[in-house]
Design a binder for this molecule. Structure first.
Ligand code: ADP
Ligand code: MG
Length: 251
């Protein structure tokens, strides 16, 4: 099993947010996490990635059977966890290509490897940009500077492709995903999903899941996974909204 989460409780600023999450993710699977605003979806992503403002009160996060509770975010990244950035920063003067080169070599250094040879790096850039239909010109632009919503997503998916994570977590904001951005994310995920990696897509809306067909759908409500199912659950949510889930939990 790639990721196993056992009875995870987490808080931020002494406020309990996650209240007993259990989740199992195998290589080759795509999981969607849905749920109303404020249910803890982004918190779960942040806690898996190891963001320091979140306190794990109880429970375990295992990656490939190893407890990663105490690892720093960059150590988790080097072990193959990738979290997309909801609010990407601009880095003037640093191109998309150079940013990737730095990220890849930092990860290799942490694993005790030399820098990736230039020809190998160029080959990977060429392969991934062709696969994702990314224009050469895009690769020489400064990170996120003047990027449209779609371009930010393209950059994010390109990062994911280049880093080849074992576990990618894409946290999609509830707003700001226009049709173009939606298509880029969906096509990217579909091209990058493989038997060796797993992808967790977090989204408020069923819309994205019309294009990414998840193996499993989980509904998060008030810090707990209150329902899990297959792709049909996403359709049911689209039809009925979240209220019936909330009612069921109350009952
Ligand atoms: P979702 O992504 O499902 O909309 P979040 O995980 O962002 O939900 O938020 C869950 C709850 O945790 C909300 O009540 C939110 O205000 C709170 N929360 C999340 N992150 C922080 C933070 N850094 N500081 C204070 N409260 C936070
Ligand atoms: Mg969120």
């Amino acid at each position: 099993m790639l990721l196993k989460i056992n009875d995870l409780h987490a808080s931020v600023e002494d406020k309990a947010i996650l209240k007993g999450i259990n989740l199992e993710v195998n290589p080759g699977e795509v999981h969607a996490i849905m749920g109303p605003n404020g249910s803890g979806k982004s918190t779960l992503a942040s806690v898996i990635a190891g963001k320091e403002e979140y306190e794990v009160e109880k429970g375990d996060i295992l990656l490939d059977g190893e407890n990663i509770n105490e690892l720093a975010p960059e150590e988790r990244a080097h072990k193959g966890i990738f979290l997309s950035f909801q609010y990407p920063v601009e880095i003037p003067g640093v191109s998309v290509t150079n940013f990737m080169k730095t990220a890849i070599n930092e990860s290799r250094k942490a694993q005790g490897l030399e820098d990736m040879p230039a020809n190998q790096l160029l080959k990977r850039i060429r392969e991934k940009s062709e696969m994702l239909e990314i224009d050469r010109k895009f690769l020489s632009r400064s990170i996120n500077e003047g990027f449209s919503g779609g371009e930010k997503k393209r950059n994010e998916i390109f990062q994911m492709a280049m880093l080849e994570p074992k576990l990618a977590i894409l946290d999609e904001t509830d707003s700001g995903l226009d049709i173009d951005a939606l298509r880029i994310v969906a096509e990217g995920v579909n091209k990058l999903r493989s038997k060796d990696n797993a992808i967790i897509v977090i989204t408020h809306y069923q819309r994205l899941l019309e294009h990414i067909v998840p193996d499993f759908v989980h509904v998060l409500h008030n810090g707990k996974i209150v329902k899990s199912g297959t792709k049909e659950l996403a359709l049911e949510l689209e039809e009925k909204g979240y209220d019936w889930i909330k009612e069921k939990v109350k009952a």
